[in-house]
Design a protein around this ligand. Structure first.
Ligand code: SAM
Length: 286
């Protein structure tokens, strides 16, 4: 049987008695970093466990190995360095493998930084969108940033401290400047801190204050999705026609609108061609 076990996000007091018990009973523990989990086990007084590393870069080969152990009746616990496995951490693939291979598994819940921050933020918890880490760079990152504009729910992001200033600049560019945000740092730890201010104020604040520690950013939504799909479609079509009338080539129009809307270049290219074709046909009909 596989046990996906939640572990503390900072404060050791947050380990549950069930998590401790099952870690103690496991024949083997699959973990991201054997040193980090070694420290946790030492704190819990658990000794002599076989640890195997299971992380983002070896999950394909190690996943198959873990399934083999499980099929032999070995009890495996899986943990990440902190928080819940499978939440911006390895674990999701292991769950999939267990389902595909008919292997039994269960989850021992523990703290999640995103949910802890959401509650601390003071923003709406009724509906929320968990984004986790944005892609590091490039068009994938730009696409996700554009996508964030559509949500009507509180947005929850993970960000490394050295990238926080860049994130704030990007959010400002996307129109979030006047939106409320909560910057939740070092949650559950001694220097836990939550700063609530607009994104624009945070730009100024973090210009003067070096961001340090682990961050969760909760963000009031822009809710541009308040527009109906029909309105969006009409606006895109109008823009295609406007750009075409200005003499822009089809490929360039597709690239530009793909980047603006997050629709793939291929899909946008087909859409532009279709629209221009139907416009030509309409003109022919007249
Ligand atoms: N699986 C974890 C969970 O359940 O939250 C998330 C792991 S993810 C690799 C690590 C990120 O979570 C950090 O970069 C930070 O954004 C956030 N995080 C984890 N612990 C935190 C804490 N104590 N305070 C603030 N953010 C934290």
């Amino acid at each position: 049987m596989l046990y996906l076990i939640g572990t503390p996000i900072g404060n050791m007091g947050d380990i549950s008695s069930r998590a401790t018990e099952l870690l103690g009973q496991a024949d083997m523990i699959a973990c991201e970093d054997t040193r980090v989990t070694g420290i946790l086990l030492k704190e819990l007084g658990i000794e002599g466990k076989r640890l195997i590393s299971y992380h983002e870069h070896n999950k394909a080969s190690k996943g198959a190995e873990i399934i083999k152990f499980l099929k032999q009746g070995i009890n495996v616990a899986q943990v990440s360095d902190a928080g819940m496995p499978a939440i911006s951490d390895p674990g999701e693939d292991l769950v999939r493998l267990c389902i595909d291979e008919g292997v039994e598994f269960t989850v021992i819940p523990g703290p999640v930084a995103a949910v802890t921050a959401l509650v601390m933020s003071g923003l709406s918890t009724r509906y929320y969108h968990y984004e986790g880490f944005l892609p590091n760079s490039g068009s994938d990152r730009r696409k996700r940033l554009k996508k964030l504009k559509e949500y009507d729910e509180t947005i929850v992001l993970y960000e490394a401290p050295h990238r926080l200033r860049r994130l704030l600049d990007e959010l400002t560019e996307e129109g979030f400047g006047e939106k409320q945000a909560a910057f939740c740092r070092e949650l559950t730890k001694k220097y836990e801190e939550v700063i609530r201010m607009t994104v624009a104020d945070a730009v100024e604040y973090y210009e003067k204050t070096e961001p340090r520690g682990e961050f969760v950013v909760c963000l009031e939504p822009l809710g541009i999705s308040g527009k109906t799909k029909e309105t969006d479609d009409k606006a895109i079509d109008d823009e295609i026609l406007r750009l075409r009338a200005s003499g822009m080539p089809v490929k360039k129009i597709s690239e530009l609108l793909s980047s603006d809307t997050g629709v793939s270049k291929k899909e946008m290219y087909a859409r532009v061609l279709n629209l221009l074709k139907s416009e030509d046909n309409d003109r022919g009909d007249l």
